[in-house]
Design a binder for this molecule. Structure first.
Ligand SMILES: Cc1cc2nc3c(=O)[nH]c(=O)nc-3n(C[C@H](O)[C@H](O)[C@H](O)COP(=O)(O)OP(=O)(O)OC[C@H]3O[C@@H](n4cnc5c(N)ncnc54)[C@H](O)[C@@H]3O)c2cc1C
Length: 486
């Protein structure tokens, strides 16, 4: 039985942002997740846009948290060493109905407090983004829109929380929650039992299920999948901004966007599915993206496609975020229904939840904090002189493991040694980009597995791609020998 002050369920962007805020308080805090790493839910598979906040209906939690969260991103990314680029966005329209919708979006954005929004003519839009469909009639310019790597952000938030005392534990699937007579909460997982004064539900697609375990006010969640194409990095991308089409009831529509790492992203779809863990991609979904994205970009080519993926939005029937105490459940707090713009909103949601919890438990702030362990510059971004210095200081910088993304052995070992370090091939991939390139890990995975095995003492046969039973290697020779050498 593990006793603590605060237990956060879910290590996505909401749970990690919250954990960092809570690490500033004098309290014992743990974050648990059913997956094998940070950012394994919606946080690893989204568009990575820090939305400016023009889309959400004024007065909603989504609008308020989006605008506040987006304003916190530049400072937070700067202090955590996470890439963030204010590339701006265009929302484009093709007919008079679209142009009217864009005027509504402009009004909404102004009401929500978004700065520098402007309607553009066809000529102005094409001058900014010459690869756009020349049939575009009007556009909304959103200079405040930015891009970020969502999982890199979550890793950095978790690292900062961990160096300041928060513990992280994975493969902890919450199966039961009950309130004990003394007012504490008992949380039972597949591995442990936790007793805490405060529990916080940041469980993404399971948020409503966990809420319904402890509240009589039942919630219903719809799982809405979004599929993507990711194209290889290129010296010059056809678009420098994120380009959206007019939003609909189902979401912000199919976008074409650069990523912070210089790839091009096309998607997402919006399909309601029964299983929140179903992150398959389908030929219908991918065809739909091509059809819709080619309206934005008539010269569309997916010849350089390197992977497809999907993420699942946690959409509540009430169509808004729920952030705060769980009604009639003292000591239980929640952030649920955190679909888009949840990535953009997470820093502000975390700030408010942390203040509510500090007030509930009468917690003081710590008098001092340990500094965030900033990561060295990635090898592929170093100048020749910087590379020479790096290799002479640590010869493992001289061994390139991932040729596509130019990632060295030194960086892979550092990723494993981070405060919340990588334990899987995908964990290395998301922290270092080894395996993110054109060959998608075809060449480097065996070497990455070997380094993981050396660093963690895990037998090579037990190293997984992404937790569970996703073993990279099978002991066919051992099994063959055990079965008798005939
Ligand atoms: C296709 C798509 C595109 C999007 N695009 C954007 C965008 O461009 N900009 C933006 O701002 N937002 C975007 N979003 C929304 C954003 O991704 C989410 O709002 C955000 O990632 C939610 O973070 P979270 O931490 O609340 O949930 P998650 O990241 O889903 O994390 C929840 C965690 O809880 C864990 N968990 C679940 N059940 C249990 C259990 N029983 N026991 C223990 N742990 C459990 C899961 O393993 C998971 O790690 C998009 C979402 C999708 C799906």
């Amino acid at each position: 039985m593990i006793q603590l002050d605060i237990l956060v369920i879910g290590a996505g962007i909401t749970g990690t942002a919250l954990s960092r805020e809570l690490s500033r308080l004098n309290a014992t805090v743990a974050v648990i997740d059913r997956a094998c790493d940070v950012a394994e839910g919606a946080t690893k598979a989204n568009s990575g846009i820090v939305h400016a906040g023009y889309d959400a209906l004024p007065g909603t939690q989504k609008a308020m948290y989006n605008v506040r969260g987006a304003q916190m991103y530049p400072g937070l990314c700067e202090s955590l060493g996470v890439s963030y680029r204010k590339c701006g966005a265009l929302v484009i329209g093709f007919d008079e109905a679209d142009c009217a919708a864009l005027r509504d979006l402009l009004d909404r954005g102004i009401q929500n407090g978004v700065r520098d929004l402007r309607l553009l003519s066809q000529k102005e839009a094409l001058a900014l983004e010459p690869s756009l469909n020349p049939e575009v009639l009007c556009a909304l310019s959103v200079p405040e829109s930015a891009i970020v790597s969502p999982y890199e952000m979550a890793f950095a938030l978790a690292d900062d929380a961990a160096v300041n005392g928060v513990s992280f534990s994975f493969d902890q699937d919450v199966t039961g929650i009950s309130r004990l007579e003394d007012g504490t909460w008992q949380v039972t997982t597949s591995k442990d039992v936790f007793i805490c004064k405060v529990l916080v539900n940041c469980a993404g697609s399971s948020g409503a299920d966990l809420h319904n375990m402890i509240s009589d006010q039942k919630l219903h969640m719809v799982h809405r999948r979004g599929q993507y194409y990711l194209l290889d990095r290129a010296a010059e991308l056809p678009f420098s901004r994120t380009v959206f089409q007019c939003p609909s009831r189902m979401g912000k529509g199919v976008l074409v966007s650069p990523t912070v790492h210089g790839n091009l992203l096309l998607g997402p779809t919006a399909e309601d599915i029964p299983d929140p863990l179903d992150t398959a991609t389908t030929s219908d979904g991918l065809s739909e993206i091509l059809k819709k994205a080619s309206r934005t970009w008539p010269a569309l080519s997916v010849r350089t496609n390197i992977t497809n993926f999907s993420g699942v939005r946690a959409h509540l029937d009430t169509d808004d975020f729920i952030v705060g105490p769980v009604p009639f459940a003292p000591g239980a707090f929640e952030a649920i229904g955190i679909e888009s713009p949840g990535l953009s909103s997470a820093p502000a949601i975390a700030q408010d939840l942390s203040a509510m919890i500090a007030s509930y438990l009468s917690l003081e702030r710590k008098s001092s904090l340990r500094p965030f362990p900033k990561h060295p510059k990635p090898f592929h971004e170093m100048s020749d002189e910087e590379r020479t210095v790096a290799v002479s200081t640590d010869p493992e910088y001289g061994r390139i493991v991932c040729r596509c993304e130019v990632v060295t052995e030194a960086e892979i070992r550092q990723a494993i040694r981070r405060p919340v370090g990588a334990r899987t091939i995908d964990g290395i991939k998301r922290r270092t980009r080894a395996g993110m390139g054109r060959c998608q890990g075809g060449f480097c995975s065996p070497r990455v597995a070997q380094i993981l095995s050396e660093e963690t003492g895990t037998p090579l046969l037990r190293i997984t791609k992404d937790g569970g039973h996703s073993y990279l290697l099978a002991d066919t020779i051992g099994s063959f020998l055990k079965g008798g050498h005939r």
